[in-house]
Design a protein around this ligand. Structure first.
Ligand code: SF4
Ligand code: SF4
Ligand code: FES
Length: 525
C-alpha cells in the first residue's frame, strides 16, 4: 500500500491506484471529463493535470499510478492555469446553447467553467466551426455534435460494454466530430447509458428532452421493476410526477448501467393510474369511500368461504409486490381465508426477451421473493386458472393489473366466471375493467419495501412521494383487510412487517433494513 501526499494530506492506497482515485480517497476532487470509473483510461481531455514532485511537466491524474512517497499538488497556480487553458480550448467552438440544453444544471462544462473558467471568449461567434445538431441516431439518444468535447467516453462504452461500436470520431483538428457510421443507428439494449456518461449535452435522452429542468427534480433510491435483475436506480421526480430513472451503482447487480426497456418503466407510475376506490354495479363504476370498501371486500370473501368452502376462494398474488406485501398476502390466504388456492401470475409484456448482460427473461422484480415466501407460480398458477375457467372459484382477491399472458379479452372472459373479483392494483387495465371492487394501490414510486432479485439479492426501494389521488399503501390495505377478516395484526408499515419476517421466514432470518443497506444482501435458502 503506497503512501503519498496530496495537497499535504497523507493517504495510503492499494498498489496500482491512480492519482485521481487516491485524491478521491483523500476527499480532493480533480476535474476530469474523459475518465469514467467503468471504462478504460483514455487520458485525452487533459483536464486532470496535476503537479507531481520530481516530474518536469504536469501529469494527468487519471493515468498516472501512485508510487511510495509521491508528492502531488492539485492547487497550484501552474495547475490552475493549465486546467483553465484546457477548458478554454474545449469551449472555443462550443455553441453555448445552455438555455435550450437538457444537460444544463448537470453539465461538466458549466460546472468547471464556474470554477476554472469565467473567461470571456477570445473567439468571435462567427468564427466558430458549426457541426450537426439534433440528430436522431437511434435508441434513446439525440446527438448534438457541436456540444461534444471529444472525450471518447461514448466510443469506449460502445466498444467495451456493448461491443456494438456504432460511434466514432470523423475528420481532423477543429473539424473533428463524433458521429455514427453512415447508414447505421444505435442498435443495442443499453443506449440510454450514453446520455448518462456523456459529461456534456452532446448525447441527451430523447425521452427526457425538454420535459423538466433538472434543478427542479428530487431523487430517491429505488429498484427497477422492469425485470428480475433488479437494477439499482435513482428515480427523479417533481411533485408526484416521475420524470426519469438514472442507474445507481451496485457492482453485484448492474455495475453502473441499466437497459433501455427498464429506463422507461418509470412511466407506469404516471400513466393509467387507478386513483379512486370503486365498485362495479350493473356494469358501471361507482366511486366508494375506503372506509366502506375494505369491509365490503372482506365480507364477500368470508361469505364465499362460508357458503361454498375455502376451496372456492382464491388469491392471485403479483411478483410486482414487495416481499413485505407478499408475506401479508400469503398470511391472508392461508391463515385468514384458509385457502390453498394461492399462486402468483407473471406479467405478460416483454416476457421471453433477455440478453447476456443485464436483461432477465422474467419481467418482474420479485418472483424469487414470492417463491421464497412459499407462493408458487407455474403449474400451481395454471391449475388455479383452470379452476377459474371451470367456474369453481366464487370469490377472487387479485393483485396486479394483468393475468399472465392472457389477452384483454381472455382476462375479461376468465374473470366473468367469478361472481366476486376484488383487485388491489396500481394501473387500469383488463383486470380493473372486469373487477367488482377496485382498491387502488400506491405505485413503486410511492411506497417502500424490498424486492428479491433473480440471484436472491434482497434490495430496498424507497418512496419518493406520498400515494397519488386516493391510492393507499398496500400494506395498509392488507392490514385493514386482515382486521375485517378476523386477524389481529399489529403491523404498521413495511419495516415492522420485515422485522416479523426476519423472525419467521427462513430466507430472511436475521436480516434488517440496516444490514441490507443500499447495496442489498443475499437471502438464505
Ligand atoms: S458525445 Fe459526449 S461522450 Fe461522446 S465524445 Fe462527445 S462529449 Fe464525449
Ligand atoms: S435489466 Fe431489468 S432491472 Fe435492469 S434496467 Fe433493465 S429491465 Fe430494469
Ligand atoms: S480525465 Fe485525465 S485526461 Fe481526461
Amino acid at each position: 500500500m503506497p503512501t503519498l501526499t496530496i495537497n499535504g494530506i497523507a493517504v495510503s492506497v492499494p498498489e496500482g491506484t491512480t492519482i485521481l482515485n487516491a485524491a478521491k480517497q483523500a476527499g480532493i476532487h480533480i476535474p476530469h471529463y474523459c475518465y469514467h470509473t467503468h471504462l478504460s483510461i483514455a487520458g485525452n481531455c487533459r483536464m486532470c493535470q496535476v503537479e507531481v514532485e520530481k516530474f518536469p511537466k504536469l501529469q494527468t491524474a487519471c493515468s498516472t499510478v501512485v508510487t511510495e512517497g509521491m508528492v502531488v499538488r492539485t492547487d497550484t497556480e501552474q495547475v490552475r492555469k493549465a486546467v483553465t487553458g484546457v477548458l478554454e480550448f474545449l469551449l472555443i467552438h462550443h455553441p453555448i446553447d445552455c438555455p435550450i440544453c437538457d444537460q444544463a444544471g448537470e453539465c461538466g462544462l458549466q460546472d468547471y467553467y464556474m470554477v476554472y473558467g469565467l473567461h470571456k471568449s477570445r473567439y468571435a461567434l462567427g468564427d466558430k466551426v458549426h457541426k450537426k445538431k439534433v440528430q436522431d441516431i437511434g435508441g434513446q439518444i439525440i446527438l448534438d455534435a457541436e456540444r461534444c468535447i471529444l472525450c471518447s467516453r461514448c466510443v469506449r462504452f460502445l466498444d467495451e460494454v456493448t461491443g456494438t461500436r456504432e460511434l466514432q470520431f470523423f475528420e481532423r483538428g477543429d473539424h473533428s466530430e463524433i458521429s455514427i457510421f453512415p447508414g447505421r443507428s444505435l442498435g443495442n439494449n443499453y443506449t440510454g447509458n450514453l446520455a448518462d456518461i456523456c459529461p456534456v449535452g452532446a448525447l441527451t435522452s430523447k425521452d427526457f428532452r425538454f420535459k423538466c429542468r433538472v434543478w427542479f427534480l428530487k431523487g430517491a433510491d429505488s429498484i427497477c421493476t422492469g425485470c428480475a435483475r433488479g437494477c439499482n436506480v435513482t428515480m427523479h421526480f417533481k411533485g408526484d410526477i416521475l420524470y426519469r430513472y438514472k442507474p445507481r451503482g451496485n457492482e453485484a447487480v448492474n455495475r453502473v448501467w441499466m437497459c433501455d426497456f427498464g429506463r422507461l418503466e418509470y412511466k407506469k407510475a404516471n400513466e393509467d393510474r387507478l386513483l379512486v376506490p370503486f365498485v362495479r354495479e350493473s356494469g358501471r363504476e361507482k366511486t366508494v369511500p375506503w372506509g366502506g370498501l375494505v369491509p365490503q371486500v372482506a365480507h364477500a370473501l368470508s361469505q364465499a368461504t362460508e357458503r361454498d368452502g375455502a376451496d372456492a376462494v382464491a388469491v392471485i398474488a403479483s411478483p410486482q409486490s414487495s416481499n413485505e406485501e407478499l408475506y401479508l398476502v400469503r398470511r391472508i390466504a392461508t391463515e385468514l381465508l384458509g385457502t390453498g388456492n394461492l399462486a402468483f401470475t407473471h406479467r405478460a409484456p416483454g416476457d421471453g426477451f433477455s440478453d447476456d448482460f443485464l436483461v432477465r427473461e422474467d419481467k418482474n422484480p420479485n418472483s424469487r421473493g414470492a417463491r421464497l415466501l412459499g407462493i408458487p407460480d407455474g403449474q400451481a398458477y395454471d391449475d388455479l386458472i383452470g379452476k377459474i375457467a371451470a367456474g369453481k372459484i366464487r370469490a377472487l382477491l387479485l393483485f396486479g393489473n394483468v393475468l399472465g399472458a392472457c389477452s384483454d379479452a381472455e382476462t375479461g372472459e376468465l374473470l366473468s366466471k367469478v361472481p366476486f373479483v376484488a383487485q388491489v392494483g396500481t394501473n387500469a387495465g383488463p383486470v380493473s375493467k372486469a373487477a367488482h371492487a377496485v382498491l387502488p394501490s400506491a405505485s413503486f414510486a410511492e411506497r417502500s419495501g424490498t424486492f428479491t432479485n433473480s440471484e436472491g439479492r434482497v434490495q430496498r426501494f424507497h418512496a419518493g412521494f406520498p400515494p397519488r389521488g386516493k391510492a393507499r399503501n398496500p400494506i395498509g390495505i392488507l392490514v385493514d383487510l386482515a382486521k375485517w377478516l378476523g386477524g389481529e395484526w399489529s403491523q404498521l408499515d413495511e419495516r415492522s412487517v420485515f422485522l416479523e419476517m426476519s423472525r419467521t421466514e427462513a430466507p430472511f432470518r436475521g436480516m434488517t433494513y440496516e444490514t441490507i443497506g443500499n447495496q442489498g444482501q443475499e437471502a438464505g435458502g
